[in-house]
Each structure stands twice: as structure tokens, then as C-alpha cells.
Design a protein around this ligand. Structure first.
Ligand code: ADP
Ligand code: MG
Length: 139
């Protein structure tokens, strides 16, 4: 089934000028970037986006990281895009990520792990709506 998922290229990757390198892995995997913009997350946006983790010990560090430099928010489209992108990203901890995945190639640590991808179709819809209007997505 053709799906859409939500992606963020995180501050560690934009700081290292890796937007294009990450996009090359996404496109080589057969996912199409149907919307994309570079923005600086506000503290309130980052806190809301990661609200599900707000009791975790790393929450403060995570919000600080996500707001320290620009991010690139994206909508990706393709066959089973949600699960496919999770595969392409690799494990949360880059030390455990498979060869060829974005996190294996580019990520520094479990916190600064280069990319976000939605973990379900429901969350993809919710996350896309936090950053894009329908007319900004051109499939
Ligand atoms: P994923 O991004 O793979 O879905 P999670 O939803 O578990 O991973 O965590 C969300 C984000 O929180 C991670 O991508 C990472 O940036 C950060 N994070 C997760 N676990 C840790 C940790 N143990 N220490 C610091 N940051 C973490
Ligand atoms: Mg997650």
C-alpha cells in the first residue's frame, strides 16, 4: 500500500551538512520526498512533538538537542513508507544499526541519531499535520 510517513533530519545531521547525503539514502530506498522544509524548532514545538517521552530521563536533553540547530521536516511517500523508512533509518542506537542505514552511516549516539521517522500510520498522520498543510504536500 502506498503510504506517507513523517521524517525529520535532526540537528546533528544539518550541522554536518548532511541533508543531501541523508536524502540520497532515502531516495535510493525508493521513498519519494513529497514535501520538505528547513525550520528551527521552538522549544514548545519540540516539547509537543516528543510529548510521549516527557517522563523519560533524557527528555530535557532531547528537547535541547532538537532546538539547537535547524532541522529538515519531510513527508516521504512510497510502498509501506512507515515501515520502510524505519528500516532505512536503522536502530535508535547507531551502535546497533544495520550496515547501510542512515543511523549507521551518519549518527553519533543514541540521542544524536540524525533522523526521526514515524512509528505507525496513525502517528504519521498526526506528525505530518503538526508541520504541513495539505497543499504543501505534492505527491
Ligand atoms: P526512535 O527515534 O528510534 O523512534 P525513540 O522513540 O525510542 O526512538 O526515542 C525518540 C528519540 O529520543 C530518539 O530518536 C533519540 O533522539 C532520543 N533518545 C532515545 N533514547 C535515548 C537515550 N537513552 N538517551 C538519549 N536520547 C535518547
Ligand atoms: Mg520513536
Amino acid at each position: 500500500m502506498t503510504e506517507r510517513t513523517f521524517s525529520i533530519i535532526k540537528p546533528d545531521a544539518t550541522e554536518k551538512n548532511l541533508t543531501g547525503a541523508v536524502n540520497a539514502v532515502i531516495e535510493a530506498a525508493g521513498l519519494r520526498i513529497v514535501a520538505q522544509k528547513r525550520i528551527k524548532l521552538s522549544q514548545a514545538q519540540a516539547e509537543k512533538f516528543y510529548e510521549i517521552h516527557n517522563e523519560r530521563p533524557f527528555f530535557g536533553e532531547l528537547v535541547e538537542f532538537m532546538t539547537r540547530a535547524p532541522v529538515v521536516v519531510q513527508v516521504l511517500e512510497g510502498e509501506n513508507a512507515v515501515a520502510r523508512y524505519r528500516e532505512v533509518m536503522g536502530a535508535t542506537n547507531p551502535a546497533q544499526a544495520a550496515e547501510g542505514t542512515i543511523r549507521k552511516l551518519y549518527a553519533d549516539s543514541v540521542g544524536e541519531n540524525s533522523v526521526h521517522g514515524s512509528d505507525s500510520l496513525d502517528n504519521a498522520r498526526i506528525e505530518i499535520a503538526q508541520f504541513f498543510t495539505d497543499d504543501e504536500i505534492v505527491g
